[in-house]
Design a protein around this ligand. Sequence first.
Ligand code: TXA
Ligand code: MG
Length: 291
Amino acid sequence: MKYNLSKIKKAKKILDKYECVAIPTETVYGIAANAYSDKAVKKIFKLKKRPKFNPLIVHYYSLNDLKKDCHINNNFIKLFKKFSPGPITYILKLKKNSKISKIATNGKNTLAVRFPKHKISRNLLKTLNYPLAAPSANISTKVSSVCAQDVKDDFGNNIRFVLDGGKSVIGLESTIISLINKPKILRLGGLEISKINKCLNKRLNLQLNFSKNLSPGQMKLHYSPGIPIKLNIRNPKKNEAYLFLKKNKTYKKNFFFLSKSGSLKEAAKNLYSTLRKIKKKKISINFSRKN
Ligand code: TXA
Ligand code: MG
């Protein structure tokens, strides 16, 4: 805990100076900066090579902090009570007097907000007097980071400090739900839709169509490992990695698996890290859904 405390203090010092810090969350790592500062959030866009039109997600410690910036509604309260802090992001209406940087939102009157569960990030947020804009810690269009080393591999010396919180326990991004009009799911992620449906007592619409631009980050090229992937291949070539959902009985050097038992949760947790591992070995990927 002492170790964490001194690291958290260091992160705060850097963030207070309008610089970026990589933070651990239970979903994936984020590149964080003061969400109230144009100067600070501009640095996130530059580091990630993120297009200006793609607004940033903002992380809060408490409901009281959020209420300074956003209007809340009944659906939000129901979901917040059940799932936050945790892997769900809400799209809410911004208040007119909100201090959120207009560069972070790209001038939109809505805001993506999340309450991360990871202890280190919560403790950090508690010490700050501003919320943290923190999109996933990867170069735009590439695979997200699920541990400190991934962030270092992507950003090298360009990021001042990576707050190490171990491997992200979920390993996939948060589920995004728009609560602006009728609730709509904009991105699938760490929280199952069935649980959200149960909580709201509704069957929600999925609005995952990137061409509608409802969630500007859902672009055609996204989560790209930077090497070719072929699906449902039966016989991979020798120089190709063969990726299984479930551990395969035969072992070969080019065989990889996402879960010992075939558990989707475990597979989700290992997906990005396995893609990164294969990329480092400089082999391309075949993915077999069969086994
Ligand atoms: O789990 C997560 O959500 C991680 C961790 C670090 O919190 N963050 C994350 O951020 O995945 P990012 O920026 O990679 O994805 C956020 C998505 C983007 O696709 C963005 O377009 C969308 O949220 N978004 C941001 N503001 C929005 C808004 N006002 N309306 C609709 N979508 C929005
Ligand atoms: Mg992302």
